[in-house]
Design a protein around this ligand. Structure first.
Ligand SMILES: NC(=O)C1=CN([C@@H]2O[C@H](COP(=O)(O)OP(=O)(O)OC[C@H]3O[C@@H](n4cnc5c(N)ncnc54)[C@H](OP(=O)(O)O)[C@@H]3O)[C@@H](O)[C@H]2O)C=CC1
Ligand SMILES: O=C(O)[C@@H]1CCC=N1
Length: 275
């Protein structure tokens, strides 16, 4: 299975890194990327084929559109003829199937691109990704199997029945790693404010996160019960959690995810309109 990523940025890099660790061969993976330094980096780090924009599209079974949402209309329109009849995966946040179909001229004579929308996340790099996926109307059952194989090679996948669910997945697991990193950053900052050097702060904060996540994954208890087991009545954790509740930490996380979802819809409206 030969796969071309169009766009060799953060998310393509994460997926490529994970796929190479999980049985994909470097010679079946290619990236089209405008930046020469980035192409060289991808070649050096992964041994994949890295191509400039004016190179012909490498022969491939699957194309993954991995450019920013703001770049997607131009890229899809410019590549519509090359992508006709192929299995095309868009990982762009927000951008709707109807717009992709229009940009890719899915009424083209040599057959419409078979489109699948996917929302991956960057832990794909360490094969701990979580992806959402939705099959477009022209995609076939064997396309779903191929996409499923790619996504499972870098983590787990949730297939959704309705396209709008992808915006909800974007808000939780697509953007979610950033929420978690923000929490880790904050715990490091708290440790440094207690007088620890950066390395020790990192050890304390990262180790705590890793331990807590492993415990949660291995436990039959839900997260609320595990939280209660740390929280002694009248103790230190209660003092911390009361302060966090007073400052609205949980409400802020829920509202943040809602803002991410709203932004996905907004991006789709902004970028799909009149294009
Ligand atoms: N980052 C993440 O965690 C996630 C991102 N996504 C989605 O993945 C997509 C890519 O995001 P991300 O990797 O973060 O973005 P990046 O900006 O890191 O990567 C996009 C890359 O595409 C390049 N590019 C621009 N124009 C073209 C072109 N015509 N042909 C080929 N490549 C081009 C860009 O170059 P240049 O910078 O020079 O423009 C850049 O290197 C987005 O649509 C995003 O919504 C989905 C899930 C998670
Ligand atoms: O921030 C973004 O828009 C992209 C999509 C999900 C994660 N990063």
């Amino acid at each position: 299975m030969s796969i071309v990523f169009i766009g060799g940025g953060n998310m393509a890099t994460a997926m490529l890194g994970g796929m190479l660790q999980q049985g994909f061969a470097a010679n079946e993976l290619h990236v089209v990327e405008p930046d020469a330094a980035r192409r060289e980096q991808l070649q050096t780090d992964f041994g994949v084929g890295a191509w400039a924009l004016d190179d012909p599209l490498p022969d491939c079974d699957i194309v993954i559109l991995a450019v920013k949402p703001q770049q997607l209309a131009a890229v899809a329109k410019a590549r519509a003829a090359e992508l006709a009849g192929r299995l095309v995966i868009s990982i762009a946040a927000g951008i709707r199937m109807a717009d992709l179909q229009r940009w890719l001229k899915c009424e083209a004579p040599n057959g419409p691109a078979r489109l699948v929308r996917v929302m991956p996340n960057t832990p794909a790099l360490v094969r701990a990704g979580v992806s959402g996926a939705w099959l477009g109307p022209h995609a076939l059952a064997e396309d779903q199997a191929q996409v499923d194989r790619i996504l499972r090679s870098v983590g787990s996948v949730v297939w959704v029945e309705e396209e709008t669910r992808l915006d909800a997945i974007t808000a939780i697991s697509g953007s979610g790693p950033a929420y978690v990193f923000h929490f880790i950053e904050s715990l490091c900052q708290a440790a440094e404010l207690q007088g620890f050097d950066a390395a020790t702060a990192r050890q304390l904060a990262y180790g705590t996160f890793e331990g807590a996540v492993r415990l949660a994954l291995d436990s039959h208890d839900d997260a609320a019960t595990l939280r209660e087991k740390v929280t002694s009545k009248g103790g230190t954790t209660a003092a911390a959690l009361n302060k966090m509740a007073e400052l609205g930490v949980q409400a802020a996380i829920v509202a943040g995810a809602q803002a991410a979802r709203a932004r996905a819809t907004e991006l789709a409206d902004e970028l799909g309109r009149d294009s």
